[in-house]
Write a protein that binds this ligand. Structure first.
Ligand code: RP5
Length: 177
């Protein structure tokens, strides 16, 4: 069923079996105040829906599509074929096959001129897809840019705290200096 929901970011996934992994992406976007469009659309099982969604996405206000699929993972490429703004591909680790390597290669190996910005396999990639999409929005959105800077500062502080917890009490340590 189509929905009237709008968002600058859409997440499409090949199967609902991808949702537990992609929840990391949804959560990261929501932490930045972005409520994404989330759809199950398959390049192979619902190809007409895939083409319709991607070809109308820009008109519907979508600026970045994040596409997750496993196995012969053609969904991100199918989106990129019809959508001229950024597509980020997240390779999924399916229950069978070589631990997501099949999906990684299927996602990343796009022909020149139709890129898919491909992140790592699984949950780490799902989270990074969200951060990358937010960074893309931050190019033209000062408020988002500020949030990204704050996110990175907090991340840096968290690592320094972990280092301190191991007994290292310097904030700028270069090879014991
Ligand atoms: C892909 O095949 C999906 O993205 C999923 O990762 C994988 C398995 O799909 P299901 O059989 O769980 O629907 O199309």
């Amino acid at each position: 069923m189509a929905s009237d929901k709008t968002s600058q970011i859409a997440i499409v996934m090949g199967s609902d079996s991808d949702l537990p992994t992609m929840q990391a992406c949804i959560d990261q976007l929501k932490a930045f105040g972005i409520d994404p469009i989330v759809r199950v659309i398959s390049a192979h099982r619902t190809p007409d829906v895939a083409a319709d969604f991607a070809s109308n996405a820009e008109t519907n206000g979508i600026k970045v599509i994040i596409a997750a699929a496993g196995m012969a993972a053609h969904l991100a490429g199918a989106m990129a074929a019809q959508f001229a703004l950024p597509v980020i591909g997240v390779p999924m680790q399916a229950s069978t096959g070589p631990n997501g390597m099949d999906a990684l290669l299927s996602t990343v190996q796009m022909p020149p001129g139709v890129p898919v910005a491909t992140v790592a396999i699984g949950k780490a990639g799902a989270k990074n897809a969200a951060v990358l999409a937010l960074q893309m929005l931050a190019i033209a959105d000062k408020n988002m840019n500020k949030k990204i800077q704050e996110f990175r500062t907090a991340q840096t502080k968290a690592v320094i705290e972990k280092d301190r917890a191991l007994g290292n009490d310097k904030t700028k340590i270069a090879f014991g200096g």
